[in-house]
Ligand binder design. Structure first.
Ligand code: ZN
Length: 102
């Protein structure tokens, strides 16, 4: 990855910069210009939140909301969403579950 200093990123209005230095948790990753957070750390925090009971509740509330439902529907009707669904339908695990062998 090319080195982009925080000052350069700020001047150009980039969302990320990269110094090549490790963060506190040992990631060598891009940093968010706005707050200097490492994107890998950010991802860990988000994953932990998504897996927590509070995060799951929040996700469920979003999915069941009008806006969440519309977003989900839009995705499923998109080319990418349909392709993902097709791939899922074709996967072995799902086929086995749908047509159990006697
Ligand atoms: Zn990190």
């Amino acid at each position: 990855m090319r080195i982009i200093l925080p000052s350069t990123a700020k001047a150009r209005g980039l969302r990320f910069y990269f110094t090549g230095e490790r963060c506190l948790h040992g990631h060598v990753a891009k940093r968010i210009t706005e707050n200097g957070n490492c994107v890998e750390c950010r991802r860990d925090i988000e994953r932990r939140y998504d897996e927590s009971s509070k995060g799951r509740k929040t996700q469920r509330r979003w999915r069941e909301s009008r806006k969440g439902y519309a977003t989900k529907r839009r995705y499923h009707e998109s080319k990418k969403g349909r392709a993902t669904q097709r791939k899922y339908d074709r996967s072995r695990k799902v086929r086995a579950r749908r047509r159990p062998r006697k």
